[in-house]
Design a protein around this ligand. Sequence first.
Ligand SMILES: CC(=O)SCCNC(=O)CCNC(=O)[C@H](O)C(C)(C)COP(=O)(O)OP(=O)(O)OC[C@H]1O[C@@H](n2cnc3c(N)ncnc32)[C@H](O)[C@@H]1OP(=O)(O)O
Length: 183
Amino acid sequence: MADATISETFAAPRLRALERADLAFVHGLFNDPDVMRYWFEPAHVTLTDLEETFAQQQRGGDRERRFIVEAAGRRVGLVELVYIDHVHRNCEFQIIIAPGEQGRGYAGAATRGALDFAFRALNLHKVYLLVDTENAAAIHVYEKAGFIVEGVLRSEFFADGAYRDATRMGIFQNDYLAAERRA
Ligand SMILES: CC(=O)SCCNC(=O)CCNC(=O)[C@H](O)C(C)(C)COP(=O)(O)OP(=O)(O)OC[C@H]1O[C@@H](n2cnc3c(N)ncnc32)[C@H](O)[C@@H]1OP(=O)(O)O
């Protein structure tokens, strides 16, 4: 029994496309203020909103790719490639690991999985992100994945009662693939 618990804790996560059946899980994340303050958004989203957005995305466009992070047979997080632009060949990256699942290496693995999809499947040139300058754990994950700081947007977002500085980071396809070849 103890062995099963240990292997669950360190199970390698995998990414799969978001399904309608996942929306209740996403609803829980998007209504958690401790999570959403780091997305610079109010924790106030209805299941109906999520179902409409999901239906719109199914109908058309390839501007977003959303993934569920799964490990040990359960949903542990959400990663998104959004504002996908096929002229400039870039997109924005976003991630949430569920509060009860943090600190197990899932974000690092999920970030690499999303970059792999962006650069190997979508053939994008660049992936960028915006992160609260005080979100040290997230910045650590992104630097480890190869993102580089491009600048700081001062008092860019209002979240949890105050204006927040946002650090913009980016990574290029060439650099990502070269690092993968060296690894
Ligand atoms: C672009 C964006 O989406 S920004 C918004 C990111 N999302 C959020 O902040 C929402 C709420 N938070 C989360 O979802 C999660 O806490 C995340 C995504 C930030 C991190 O997810 P986790 O699964 O806990 O991360 P994971 O376990 O893979 O790695 C955490 C790393 O940060 C390190 N770390 C933890 N706390 C700190 C800290 N205060 N300072 C520096 N590094 C830290 C850990 O040691 C670990 O590094 P290691 O792999 O070198 O040992």
